[in-house]
Design a protein around this ligand. Structure first.
Ligand code: AMP
Length: 191
């Protein structure tokens, strides 16, 4: 199953993707996690991405498109994958379309988690406080506000892009985590 999880920062995409990863034995591919690993390892990509990520902007499209293109060719993606945090704008969604058709792969569903913007900042600040690894560099209130603006402006139109293709499923991300998981599983069983 080839899936995209879409939703603003704090919507619970990462947590839900991890659960679906286990249930369906398909890897969660988080561009945010991959970029943070690159920053920690001080690779060329990491050095390029570090400051951009800290202020909550998007790293250049060609960087993330390249990362995903390489990653989905690996053996563990043979049965599918969950893209978490990619595509982040319509240009990336279009690049993904081209990339997948070149690899003769088609997407099964795009799961969007809808959450009231007012609750997101509180959720993320709480997550940052509770994190055993310490807070992320971009979990400050200022960077967060900016990440939410970037989402509204650049990422929200990605939902319309997939709605136009008839594969968007929008679910209520305001419910309890287990209920959201149940809804995602039910939606996936229908496809
Ligand atoms: P995330 O962990 O998904 O919240 O991503 C953290 C940060 O990594 C974002 O604020 C961006 O700076 C960067 N990032 C992650 N995914 C992408 C992407 N698809 N395109 C551009 N930047 C990204």
């Amino acid at each position: 199953m080839k899936l995209i999880f879409l939703g603003p920062p704090g919507a619970g995409k990462g947590t839900q993707a991890q659960r679906i990863e286990e249930t369906f034995s398909i890897p969660q591919l988080s561009t945010g996690d991959m970029l943070r690993a690159a920053v920690a390892a001080e690779t060329a990509v990491g050095l390029q991405a570090k400051d951009i990520m800290a202020r909550g902007d998007l790293v250049p499209d060609e960087v993330v498109v390249g990362i995903i293109s390489d990653r989905i060719e690996q053996d563990d993606c043979a049965n599918g994958f969950i893209l978490d945090g990619f595509p982040r704008n319509v240009a990336q969604a279009e690049a993904l379309d081209v990339m997948l058709s070149e690899k003769s792969i088609s997407l099964d569903a795009v799961i969007e988690l809808a959450v009231d913007p007012e609750v997101l900042i509180g959720r993320i600040l709480k997550r940052a406080e509770e994190s055993v690894d310490g807070p992320r560099q971009d979990d400050t209130e200022e960077a967060l506000q900016h990440r939410l603006q970037v989402y509204e402006k650049q990422t929200a139109p990605v939902a319309d892009f997939y709605a136009g293709k008839g594969i968007l499923r929008t679910l209520d991300g305001m419910q309890e985590m287990d209920e959201v998981t149940a809804q995602i599983k039910a939606a996936l069983q229908e496809i």
